[in-house]
Design a protein around this ligand. Sequence first.
Ligand code: ZN
Length: 62
Amino acid sequence: MAVDQSLIDLLICPACHGEIVYKDRRKLIICTQCELQYPVRENIPVMLVEEATPPKKSSRTS
Ligand SMILES: [Zn+2]
């Protein structure tokens, strides 16, 4: 059983209130704006900033 897409549509990033996308293969929810990665446990998205993984630091040239 996968995460319900209609649920995904309702979720926003708690850090920046940006849109999120669900990566089914990686069982991750990723914010399209700040790129924080939220875990999915037992098919339940864990939308907590404290649980999120920051994006890999790369020398970003804005
Ligand atoms: Zn975000």
